[in-house]
Design a protein around this ligand. Structure first.
Ligand code: HEM
Length: 465
């Protein structure tokens, strides 16, 4: 199979010696349906054709017609101007339904609208800032763990531990009903099984036919749901009102128009999603940032100098962030190169035009954020790690719909502020104290539900002098 590195053309322009962060393999020839199905199970990023990095839209036909859109104006039409015409694709929803039902992320139409209205106030700037001290405490614990681990560390695991720690504190006021190890093992099992695109979807098996991933994931989903339900139940039984955390806000959440509140089932599904999404995606953004910094000593020095000048040895707080602009720039650039959610899928309801091409009802529309962020037409030296793109001076040149790690429009990620705050607090705290250098070659980006560095990010971690 003729596979080449996605980054070849741009890296040639970068010149010899420039650090070329790892890309996804690209297939230059047209793949058969079976090949596509097998490849998608291994790594969704590999089904993105070479042309998708150079053209605004690529189309093809398998069982249904499909399109891959990587064009800012087209993204705006799909995510904002003609949103109602592009509901989430049933394939993706089915993969997630056993775990999160038709909660906010998976719902459409009226079921989505009322949940979104109920949840939005939970994530206002004021509420998220109130959660920042828990993030600072977790960042300090993450630094203490790294001090004790010896020199070589796998950073995805470290970052998952850190962000899970945050989510336990801010979502459930602690861990009494949560055995982090059991919950973590259930999440990994779920991602390994239900998270893999099903061969049966590509081969056109009907919806009612059970997918193996769904069956295999059953046990892990039950474990997770039982733990979340126990935490919610324990909170309901408490007589004295407790911390102002996410669960407290969710219990009080109400549709401002109708007054509707969440049922017990809605609550479990939504909390389940917040717990999983709230820590997995942010941990990946952090692990990829550390991988990039480990290979870019100059940027690492800049970030450390800013963090040291501001923090003077203590863990970062929300109030420190504005004084350390390189921290957010590194995270933004890491999510450009490695968007934790690398590809979205929608179904076309009614005929529409995108990039001058007609889309028909029932066509599948893929939104490969991965290719949009590495596109030859929209980015200068797309495969080069350059956090300076996000500096105040240069940021204005980036179209809003050209950089979409959190999506956009009414369905934009509701937890974006929360994620960015916790990621900055953790990264700044760690970078001021440690020097990170590569301990092993790799990793490779692999996407099932999220874009993970496989087999991990192995770094040498030393105290900075
Ligand atoms: C770096 C971290 C994160 C990334 C990259 C990310 C990415 C995304 C993306 C791309 C979407 C849009 C999906 C679509 O349009 O189909 C989304 C939606 C969503 N995200 Fe996040 N997310 C992150 C963190 C979080 C956190 C921390 C939470 C909550 C605690 C969260 C909750 C949600 C919810 C509820 C939605 C659905 C919103 C809706 O459909 O109205 N996310 N996220």
């Amino acid at each position: 199979m003729d596979r080449i590195a996605a980054s070849t053309p741009a890296s040639e322009r970068n010149g010899p010696g420039a650090f070329r962060p790892v890309g996804a393999p690209v297939h230059r020839r047209r793949l058969s349906r079976l090949e596509t199905a097998l490849i998608a199970r291994r790594n969704v990023l590999e089904i993105i054709p070479a042309l998708a990095y150079r053209q605004p839209m690529v189309s093809g036909e398998m069982l249904v017609r499909w399109h891959m859109l990587a064009d800012p104006a087209g993204m705006k039409r799909v995510m904002l101007d003609n949103l109602a015409n592009y509901p989430k694709s049933e394939i993706m929803r089915r993969m997630l339904r056993p775990a999160i039902g038709d909660s906010l992320f998976n719902a459409d139409g009226a079921a989505w609208k009322w949940q979104r209205q109920a949840v939005t106030p939970v994530f206002t700037h004021r509420n998220v800032v109130a959660l920042a001290p828990a993030m600072t405490a977790t960042a300090a614990r993450a630094a203490a763990r790294l001090r004790g681990t010896g020199r070589k560390c796998e950073m995805v695991r470290e970052m998952l531990t850190a962000t899970f720690d945050v989510i336990c504190d801010v979502a459930l006021s602690g861990r009494e009903h949560f055995d982090a190890a059991t919950f973590g093992a259930a999440i990994s099992q779920y991602f390994r099984t239900a998270g893999r695109a099903s061969l049966l979807d590509f081969l056109g098996f009907p919806d009612w036919f059970p997918r193996p991933g769904e069956l295999l994931a059953g046990g892990s989903v039950r474990t997770m749901h039982q733990m979340v339900a126990a935490a919610i139940e324990a909170r309901r039984r408490e007589t004295a009102p407790r911390a102002d955390d996410l669960l407290a806000h969710m219990l009080a959440a109400q549709d401002p128009e109708t007054g509707q509140r969440m049922s017990a089932e809605d609550l479990v599904y939504n909390m389940q999603f917040f717990i999983v999404a709230g820590h997995e995606t942010t941990a990946l953004a952090l692990a990829w940032s550390l991988y990039l910094l480990a290979h870019s000593p100059d940027w690492q020095d800049v970030a450390r100098a800013q963090a040291r000048a501001q923090l003077d040895g203590r863990a970062a707080t929300q109030a420190d962030l504005a004084a350390m602009p390189s921290i957010v720039q590194v995270l933004e650039e890491a999510m450009r190169l490695y968007p934790p959610v690398g590809l979205l899928a929608r179904t076309v309801l009614a005929q529409d035009q995108l990039c001058g091409r007609a889309l028909q009802p029932r066509d599948i529309l893929f939104l490969p954020l991965w290719a949009l962020h590495r596109h030859d037409m929209w980015w200068e030296r797309p495969d080069q790690f350059d956090p300076g793109r996000f500096s105040v001076e240069r940021r204005g040149r980036i179209d809003k719909y050209q950089y979409l790690p959190f999506g956009a429009g009414p369905r934009v990620c509701v937890g974006a502020n929360f994620a960015m705050m916790q990621a900055q607090i953790i990264l700044a705290t760690l970078i001021q104290e440690f020097v990170f250098t590569p301990a092993l070659p790799g990793p490779h980006p692999v996407m099932s539900m999220t874009v993970r560095p496989e087999p991990g990010v192995f770094l040498k971690v030393e105290r900075a002098t």
